[in-house]
Ligand binder design. Structure first.
Ligand SMILES: [Zn+2]
Length: 385
């Protein structure tokens, strides 16, 4: 989802990444905050330098706050055997990427609570400083002003994230609770994802209305985008949870095609088209050696219609499959033991919608996106009865 990110560094061995959209929010924050600080720091001037400095400092502090919130999730997750792959800051906040769900409702609850807890702790600390600092003029008063804003930003972040819609933190807390009470993950995900969609719709439409009425077009657009993002993420999370439950315990070996046609590398492209492509349903084939009916064919590459594009029809009679195929070094192969849910993701990235299944060098099957889709449809139909 968040490609086009740069890695800033690592905290507790977790790569910290910045998505380009964060820069947009960073810029908007500075533009919005600068006049506020000019009022306090510029002695009546419209622009000085202190206002820009304070606005930049505040925007950086907001970024650090988001990062600390995500680190709160990540550090607790790491302790509960759910390692975090990376943390990315983007336009709508931060996201910690994990490979798999929490092992149980208790872990899910603890991981979800940790982020808002960090935000609310920062809000309390900064708020206390703002309250205790003397109200006189000078740098300390400005620091107290910044601390007050930081407290407000973190309080909003903490409370907003505790809204009970999945995949927000509050939604995860609620899901963990329902999961614990009902002992089933899928109904808990369904309920909290519905609330998440409602939160997204309300927030998007409500924010848009308030923004338009108060003539804040940027805030209106941002609120609408956040709402849309939440709505879509909630819908996607539920679909993902359904797929995960349907494919639970199913491996690539269970769904792959065990009977498949293979191609020899010596075939000319013309022969390949005539024998394998025209009038046939399949569009991708494993290239094996020794050819065809050998007992232990070793996979040496994949040949699909896309591989033909580099050649003109004149070349078809001269070039062989071995020259046109994608060689094994560039082919992603699946192991028969791989969970089908993981294969679904890999297949969605494969341009041909199929991947060879190999046990060591030995080709044992072909898994097509279609095979997974049919299995999922059948399982879903069964559940409806
Ligand atoms: Zn969070």
């Amino acid at each position: 989802m968040l490609s086009h990110s740069i890695t800033l560094g690592r905290v507790a061995a977790i790569p910290i990444r910045l998505h380009w959209s964060w820069a947009v929010i960073f810029g908007l924050l500075i533009v919005a905050l600068r006049p506020v600080y000019a009022f306090y720091a510029c002695d009546g001037a419209v622009v000085c330098g202190a206002d820009v400095g304070l606005a930049v400092a505040m925007a950086v502090l907001v970024g650090v706050s988001v990062l600390l919130h995500e680190l709160g999730h990540a550090l607790v997750a790491g302790r509960l055997a759910v390692p975090v792959q990376s943390i990315t800051l983007f336009a709508f906040g931060g996201v910690a990427e994990v490979d798999h769900d929490a092992p149980g409702p208790g872990a899910e609850f603890a991981i979800a609570v940790a982020g808002p807890a960090v935000s609310l702790l920062i809000a309390a600390g900064a708020g206390l400083f703002a309250w205790l600092a003397p109200r006189a003029d000078g740098p300390l008063a400005l620091a107290a002003l910044v601390a007050g804003h930081l407290a407000a930003a973190n309080a909003i972040m903490g409370v907003f994230n505790l809204l009970p819609g999945y995949p927000m933190d509050g939604g995860r807390v609620l899901r963990a609770t329902l999961w614990y009470l009902g002992d089933e993950l899928l109904p808990a995900t369904r309920a909290t994802a519905q609330i998440g969609r409602a939160c997204g719709a309300l927030l998007g439409l409500g924010g848009l209305a308030v923004g338009v009425l108060s003539r804040q077009p940027v805030a209106a657009v941002w609120a609408a985008l956040v709402g849309l993002f939440l709505f879509r993420t909630a819908s996607g999370s539920y679909r993902q949870a359904v797929l995960q439950s349907v494919l639970d315990g199913v491996s690539v070996g269970d769904l792959m095609q065990r009977r498949f046609r293979t191609v020899s590398r010596e075939l000319t492209l013309e022969q390949f088209v005539a024998r394998y492509v025209l009038g046939q349903a399949e569009t991708g084939f494993a290239v094996v050696e020794p050819a065809d009916d050998a007992a232990e064919p070793a996979l040496i590459g994949m040949m699909t219609l896309r591989n033909m594009r580099r050649f003109t029809t004149v070349q078809w009679s001269l070039k062989q499959v071995g020259e046109a195929m994608t060689p094994i070094g560039q082919v992603r192969t699946l192991s028969p033991q791989l969970p089908a849910f993981d294969a679904l993701f890999l297949l969605s990235e494969s341009p041909d919608g199929l991947l060879p299944v190999a046990d060591g060098p030995r080709l044992v099957g072909i898994l097509r996106r279609r095979d997974l889709a049919v299995f999922i449809q059948v399982q879903l139909a069964r559940r409806r009865q």
